[in-house]
Design a protein around this ligand. Sequence first.
Ligand SMILES: Nc1ncnc2c1ncn2[C@@H]1O[C@H](COP(=O)(O)OP(=O)(O)O)[C@@H](O)[C@H]1O
Ligand SMILES: [Mg+2]
Length: 258
Amino acid sequence: MTDTAAKTPVLEIRNLHARIEEREILKGVNLVIPQGEVHAIMGRNGSGKSTLSYVLAGKEDYEITEGEILLNGESILEMEPAERAAAGIFLAFQYPIEIPGVATMTFLKAAINAQRKARGEGELSTPDFMRAVKEAGAQLNVDSAMLKRPLNVGFSGGEKKRAEIMQMALLKPSLAVLDETDSGLDIDALQVVSKGVNALRDGKRSMLVITHYQRLLNHIVPDVVHVFSDGRIVESGDKDLALQLEAKGYADYDGQAA
Ligand SMILES: Nc1ncnc2c1ncn2[C@@H]1O[C@H](COP(=O)(O)OP(=O)(O)O)[C@@H](O)[C@H]1O
Ligand SMILES: [Mg+2]
């Protein structure tokens, strides 16, 4: 494949402003993620990082007052969350929901087929689905016993992360957004997330990893690190920026985005 300079980025956010309950939270976010790159966003609690991920996923409650979000060159602002998912955005939730009575396996199959349907594709056959599950499961250490249990019910933090990353592996999104900010990842969950993300890094899929744990970025080495402050990106750099933030904190950025 020959690279052309004019390749459309997977994600382009232009001057994005968003508010919730009359309060402006995002104040002019600009971000471009080219195909295949892993970008990290770091920033203080309350700076608006989770808001950005919710707005990307299309969660209601937020009013976009200015700006644009382009996925593979097309605006997604008018799309419902399910349409965005079908278009290739995957959002890993910080607090995954429990679905009593629905086996994880059944949920995964329904999730895949809902997306295929939205794209006008036929349902995945059971053998094809089983093959995909086996492949992803082996990569992520998800055993069949876990897949038979109801989704997330009584799962440990690490198991929830496994189920979530498994879902990502099966859905093969073109853009995965992982918001890990407030969840206090334990070592088990940290390894699951980083292993899963690294396994899905294939030079085509793009990812946005939101975290305030520099530690996570030792395992998932990002191509670009962005610093988020008061509703926008105030600095971008390479992976060393994360180390500087760990050492110096965010004080240098306070007030900068006022
Ligand atoms: N439903 C809401 N109503 C009003 N303010 C909110 C709501 N949700 C979040 N906020 C505020 O938005 C700001 C950004 O929150 P958030 O995006 O969760 O930040 P982060 O993920 O960086 O910690 C915070 O000041 C928070 O209090
Ligand atoms: Mg958050």
